[in-house]
Design a protein around this ligand. Structure first.
Ligand SMILES: NC(=O)c1ccc[n+]([C@@H]2O[C@H](COP(=O)([O-])OP(=O)(O)OC[C@H]3O[C@@H](n4cnc5c(N)ncnc54)[C@H](OP(=O)(O)O)[C@@H]3O)[C@@H](O)[C@H]2O)c1
Length: 220
């Protein structure tokens, strides 16, 4: 049984991931912004966090440390897309997006690293929208703040992978275009399908510092 820490388990991919890990017999510590989840299990502990608030991050980290468990898998799943209807950078949206998707996620990760086990796996939910290689192919300028946040998160994956070399594996992944509040109803993938691929990646021994989609390396 592994101990898995997943951010943003209230809905979407994070909720499906939680259900998958519980079904496979693991213990899950999940976060949500209101401290609640409608999943009921003795193997699930929910902790409150708002990644845009540094005090909330510290309180959440302290609560997790108090559980006295070594974490085997950390999935930084929580994220926001606030500039959906913008094709130019709106600075207020950029700040909001970076606070959660980048600064909050990094702050949380840096504070929680000390309770990760040797051989642990950290997975960061990036996106094909943050791939520099993809922008050369598709010439798409929608939601720039979100793209910028995910490209920067990928650089965190790379630098952290080097920093933690031979101790902890660090990966970025694209979850697919998934039917959630963020992905919308036209998305082709279900949350269960996406969670299945992320689960397989999380429990696998993979090369550190890589960007994954459906078990294959993706171009940065
Ligand atoms: N869906 C897609 O097609 C797609 C594609 C590429 C990448 N992704 C990435 O995959 C991840 C999950 O996406 P999703 O579609 O499942 O998103 P979602 O349905 O919108 O769910 C987002 C999750 O993040 C949490 N969250 C939002 N703001 C937060 C904050 N300030 N502090 C802490 N948690 C916060 C939410 O918690 P509350 O319910 O408490 O607000 C919720 O659990 C995200 O990082 C997203 O960027 C998704």
């Amino acid at each position: 049984m592994k101990t898995v820490l997943i951010t943003g388990v209230s809905r979407g991919i994070g909720k499906a991931l939680t259900e998958k890990f519980l079904k496979e017999g693991h213990y899950v510590i999940g976060t949500s912004t209101d401290g609640n989840s409608d999943i009921k299990s003795d193997n699930l502990k929910i902790v409150k966090i708002d990644l845009s608030n540094s005090e909330s991050i510290t309180e959440c980290v302290n609560e997790i440390k108090f559980l006295n468990k070594k974490i085997d898998i950390l999935i930084n799943n929580a994220g926001i897309l606030v500039d959906r209807n913008f094709n130019t950078v709106n600075i207020e949206n950029l700040r909001k997006t970076l606070e959660v998707n980048l600064i909050g996620t990094i702050t949380f990760t840096e504070q929680i690293i000390s309770v990760l086990s040797i051989g642990a796996h950290i997975l960061n939910a990036a996106s094909s929208a943050g791939s520099l290689a993809k922008t050369q192919e598709i010439d798409d300028d929608e939601y720039p703040s979100y793209r910028i946040s995910k490209t920067a998160l990928n650089m965190y994956t790379r630098t952290l992978a080097i920093h933690l070399k031979d101790k902890i594996t660090v990966s970025s992944y694209h979850p697919g275009w998934v039917k959630t509040d963020m992905g919308g109803s036209d998305a082709p993938m279900t949350t269960e399908e996406s969670a299945g691929y992320i689960y397989d990646l999380a429990i696998s021994k993979v090369e550190t510092g890589q960007f994954w989609f459906k078990g294959e390396k993706m171009a940065w």
